[in-house]
Design a protein around this ligand. Structure first.
Ligand code: HAM
Length: 412
């Protein structure tokens, strides 16, 4: 076998044609669902000024502290391969004066993202997200709609075993009182906490809810939670989001310990998980980020959004490739029929069907085998006497068809 000593960098992978087909389906279904709801596509560069993520995502997060691919360009500027899409989209929103458009601005995107994490199943250094941002609405309807659209995506793709966890972080102001209470609680139990959590009590105490070690987990089981402390407008907002989800029949579970790895969240946060995936079980998540646009120098602008990991969705679907799903394969019974096969294939393609012919000089048996391998739904066999046989590859049923009836039969 032809092999070189070069390999894709650690934590990255090649998207091969079979894999690409499943991805395209995920992307297509997402685009259909989101455009039906009035969301429009946006694309931003794969790299940005480092400062955008430091400010936007937050200096205390693991992403900014440890996981960014940051380097200097030839002009001495610090640039970073985007670890996420929300800060870049907020940058674009401000840069292009989108705050002057009718609000909210509803956008979706897909593409590669980069995090220098320890690679493992479902965790890569280059991965792909499809995401949505609703910028310029503080209504709980926007939160509920965003959540339901992501839920629709998983339903439409028939991802099995998906659970929705919901939480609220309150606003920045209400959170600060709670954070003081949490820090005091962590300090009082410092001896049982992991070194990492202990070192971050001041910097990012909420992350203690996310720790894996038993000592910290035992302490956190009795820790005060933000959801219990929500008051006033924050409590009202959360109750409204919950009521909207309930009215729409979207099942969820309130998770008082839910935290997310980015600093910009306020109020609603949510996470869709597939527990069967094990350690990296979150297939998508997001929340409200009412302070981010202001943080980046814009006017106060409420917003909510999410992103879903395409590789994780594919893992959860158990799909790592698959058949091409061609409508038809045109098999020539002998060499004289090859030209007829190509002509008919072109005719079918012009009619909007997918059709392939053999380009490798296989005999009839080899062509039938190949048609099966690529997942063709029908094989049309062009016989030496000029007749045409149609075989249904699922049932194995075969019958003669008149050339003029092929399109009708394929459309059945
Ligand atoms: P995130 O939770 O960091 O949020 O990532 C969203 C999704 O990307 C995760 O749920 C997961 O499915 C996938 N993902 C993250 N890291 C990796 C990785 N290393 N390998 C494979 N998949 C991964 C955000 O990125 C926010 N920008 C979401 C958002 C949008 N919030 C508001 N608007």
């Amino acid at each position: 076998m032809a092999k070189s000593s070069y390999q894709a960098p650690r934590g990255t992978f090649d998207v091969l044609p079979a894999d690409k087909r499943v991805r395209r389906r995920v992307e297509r279904v997402a685009a259909t669902i989101l455009s039906r709801a009035g969301y429009e596509p946006i694309a931003t560069p794969v790299f940005e000024d480092t400062d955008l993520f430091e400010r936007g995502v937050g200096r205390s997060t693991d992403i900014v502290r440890k996981e960014m691919f940051t380097f200097e360009d030839k002009g001495g500027r610090s640039i970073t391969l985007r670890p996420e899409g929300t800060a870049p989209i907020c940058r674009a929103y401000l840069e292009h004066g989108m705050h002057k458009l009718a609000q909210p601005v509803k956008l979706y995107y897909r593409g590669p993202f980069f995090r220098h994490e320890r690679p493992q199943a479902g965790r890569f250094r280059q991965f792909h997200q499809v995401g949505l941002e609703t910028i310029g609405s503080d209504s709980p309807l926007a939160d509920a709609e965003a959540i339901m659209l992501l839920s629709d995506l998983f339903t439409e793709l028939a991802v099995p075993g998906v659970e929705l966890r919901l939480g609220s972080l309150g606003s920045h102001e209400s959170r600060s009182a709670y954070l003081e209470e949490l820090k005091a609680y962590l300090r009082a139990n410092e001896d049982e906490l992991s070194k990492e959590v202990r070192e971050r009590i001041d910097l990012n105490p909420l992350r203690a809810f996310d720790a894996d070690d038993e000592g910290t987990r035992a302490v956190m089981a009795d820790a005060p939670t933000l959801v219990e402390r929500l008051e006033g407008e924050d409590a009202k907002h959360f109750a409204e989001v919950r009521a909207l989800l309930e009215a729409a029949g979207t099942p969820y579970e309130v998770d008082p310990n839910l935290v997310r790895g980015l600093d910009y969240y306020t109020r609603t946060i949510f996470s869709f998980v597939c527990p069967a995936l094990g350690a990296q079980s979150e297939i998508g998540g997001g929340g409200r980020y009412d302070g981010l646009i202001e943080q980046l120098g814009g006017p106060p602008t409420p917003a909510v959004g999410w992103a879903a990991g395409i590789e994780r969705i594919m893992l959860a679907m158990g799909e790592e490739g698959g058949s091409t799903g061609r409508d038809a394969f045109l098999a020539a019974a002998d060499d004289d029929q090859r030209q007829r096969a190509l002509t008919l294939a072109i005719e079918l393609r012009h009619a909007g069907l997918s059709a392939e012919v053999d380009l490798a000089g296989r005999g009839l048996k080899g062509q039938l085998k190949h048609a099966d391998r690529i997942g063709a739904r029908h094989v049309l066999i062009l016989e030496a006497d000029g007749s045409l046989q149609m075989r249904d590859m699922d049932s194995g049923e075969q019958h003669q068809v008149a050339p003029g009836a092929v399109l009708d039969e394929l459309a059945r």
